[in-house]
Design a protein around this ligand. Structure first.
Ligand SMILES: [Zn+2]
Ligand SMILES: [Zn+2]
Length: 323
């Protein structure tokens, strides 16, 4: 079968690999659609190099169960259920956990064997391409659930890429007022289309000053989803005293906390906990993922998909890979 295999920076190739062997307790899932994620691009560009060469990549995808014919979303994290972290409700940090597409072979292959408990059946109200964009929805849910904003709170979302735009959507759903920040006018317009209360073009104005002007006291919550050291370092100047900051896109940088009295800073990663709720939100059309899809490629054209996602001029948000 064909699969997208990591061989190092700028060297991820679609190639012929052995069909997976269906062992006891596993089922075969035939690939339907998947999406590229920022993590895949970090490996493609060589920012991160710890992936084993020869690994099949891809961790956000859906397919069809070979045994039952059911359409399913594949959850990339499988945990043991009884280690220190699992017992504390933190499956992402499972001491015996597997992360498909990172520490184990992933989903960008014609088929994949999966433990059935890592499959979420989906209804006809969700298309294959929508079921291929579950991870950023699950992440947005996780972050907003942890921030626990009150109705009317100001949430400043720095970076309006696919993840930031979903943070914006989920924050609005939670009754927050959203300040969208980006350096790209198209992305800011998308955020406003979703209902963001204010849009700040960081190329034109001083973001900290603009956030102060709108909120008077600083933003109740700040979500860093731009993924740069510079935006991380800006967060203490956007948050109000005793507010909360979630660092999602990047976690490196120097935090000057002299004006951020009692503010809480946290990092947050994807977890399987929010996957069922994320799938349900997409099925009920309460979040829009279809509008985030900017490019579509066949699995055969995987390398072109990567090049497109890596080219800033393409302004890609979500790039879909289809069977
Ligand atoms: Zn991802
Ligand atoms: Zn565990």
């Amino acid at each position: 079968m064909k699969a997208a295999v990591y061989h190092g920076p700028y060297n991820i190739k679609l190639e012929e690999v052995l069909e997976p062997e269906v062992k006891a307790g596993r089922v075969l899932v035939n690939f339907k659609a998947g999406s590229l994620c920022g993590t895949d691009m970090h490996f493609y560009r060589g920012d991160w190099r710890w992936m084993k060469r020869g690994r099949i990549i891809g961790h956000d995808a859906c397919g069809v169960r070979d045994d039952t014919g059911e359409r399913v979303v594949m959850v990339p994290i499988v945990n043991c259920g009884h280690c220190f972290f699992c017992l504390r409700g933190l499956p992402t940090y499972c001491l015996r956990g597997k992360f498909y597409g990172l520490t184990r072979d992933g989903f960008f292959a014609e088929s994949k064997t999966m433990p059935p408990r890592a499959l979420i059946p989906i209804s006809d109200s969700i298309s294959d391409e929508e079921a291929a964009v579950v991870e950023p929805v699950a992440l947005a849910l996780r972050v907003l659930n942890h921030l626990q904003p009150n109705l009317g709170d100001w949430v400043t979302v720095v970076g309006q890429g696919a993840i930031g735009l979903l943070m914006t959507q989920v924050a609005l759903m939670k009754g927050c007022r959203v300040i969208a920040v980006d350096i790209d006018i198209d992305r800011l317009e998308r955020a406003q289309k979703y209902g963001a209360d204010a849009a700040i073009d960081a190329t034109k104005v001083d973001v900290a000053k603009a956030v102060r002007e709108i909120t008077k006291i600083g933003s109740d919550h700040v979500i860093e989803a731009a993924g740069t050291k510079q935006t991380v370092e800006q967060t203490p100047f956007l948050v109000r005293k005793a507010g909360k900051v979630a660092l999602i896109g990047e976690s490196k940088g120097y935090l000057n906390l002299e004006d951020a009295d009692e503010a809480q800073f946290l990092t947050m990663y994807i977890s399987p906990v929010e996957y069922p709720a994320a799938v349900e939100l997409i099925e009920r059309h309460l979040v829009d993922v279809k509008g985030l899809i900017t490019h579509r490629f066949k699995l055969e054209d995987f390398e072109a998909a990567l090049q497109t996602a890596a080219n800033p001029q393409e302004k890609a948000l979500k790039v879909i890979i289809q069977k």
